[in-house]
Design a protein around this ligand. Sequence first.
Ligand code: SF4
Ligand code: SF4
Length: 146
Amino acid sequence: MDRFWETKSLAEMNQKEWESLCDGCALCCLVKLEDDSGCVHYTSLVCDRLDLDTCRCTCYAKRHRLVKDCVSLSPEEVLSFDWLPRSCAYRTLAEGRSLESWHPLISGTPESVHEALISVKNKAIPVGSVHEEEHENYVIEWVEIQ
Ligand code: SF4
Ligand code: SF4
């Protein structure tokens, strides 16, 4: 495969290339809480629209209409989203780092992101199953954002 991510900037990628950059980790689909100082804390609660087996969105084409907090990434905004996981492929390339060996574009299989324990697979529960007042009890430390 043409290693387009090594020769093109994020802004130069076509839609297919841009979409293929997503490693399928679904870390960005985890519920995040912001404290009084503006710090973002990830929880193990995940959007109800995520398929927990595949870690793929079940309403991808309509996601922004159906889920108000679902964020759209653009090449211009990637670096301003400082809550993005450090492992996120968009952030990785925007910061000038190389894709990791577990990234599906490198490994050739979408399973590698799960096998490397990067994704939310077997680590998250649907947010709809937990009362909002209890969300802060689900804060986690294993998503690296610094
Ligand atoms: S964190 Fe980045 S790579 Fe992972 S699912 Fe979200 S957009 Fe894709
Ligand atoms: S709507 Fe889909 S892409 Fe958006 S947060 Fe939910 S599962 Fe993730």
